[in-house]
Write a protein that binds this ligand. Sequence first.
Ligand code: GRF
Length: 208
Amino acid sequence: MKSIVILISGRGSNMRAIVEAGLPARVAAVVSNRADALGLDFARSRGIRTEVVEHGGYASREAFDAALAAVIDAHAPDLVVLAGFMRILGPQFVARYAGRLINIHPALLPSFPGLATHRGALKEGVKIHGCTVHFVTGDLDHGPIIVQAAVPVLAGDDEEALAARVLRQEHLILPQAVHWFVEGRLVIDNGMVRVNGMPEPQFLFAAA
Ligand code: GRF
């Protein structure tokens, strides 16, 4: 069975969605850059090994990345999942896990990379927003797209309402992408992701 390491920084609801999806994969560890990340409690309650690598304890980004990689590598995972992990990872880290590092981003990339995506979507007046799971490359919130989910932006939405609508879809597409990965279905071909023997489409549309 393939093993995965999940990186979080806070609430950890995406990590929880992966765990609760009951995928044919072993969650070897949940790693946080914050000791007070709420998601750690959930992982512990499920008997999952947790690790904390606090970014504040390192003099440079490179030193933090190296410490994080050492903790991850001790579990020899097939896949590393960034599930609400709020630190930018440097090029050496990204290269080390090329093809086995995925991220969930709360926007329809390539629109709205970075932070405050829901605020940006409301400010621009987009009518459709959503979330993306993608392989990680050296560019922030960029890389071969595995799956996306779209939701409407409704009149009267505030950031909180829109974030909640998007989050419900995050909880569907992230476990889906992990499932495809651990089944060995994902192929990156010329920067595009193909899902071999794809049982479901690489997009979701949610009515609300
Ligand atoms: C999610 O919206 C994720 O896409 C974003 O931060 C949020 C983390 O939520 N990067 P959680 O920690 O998974 O609950």
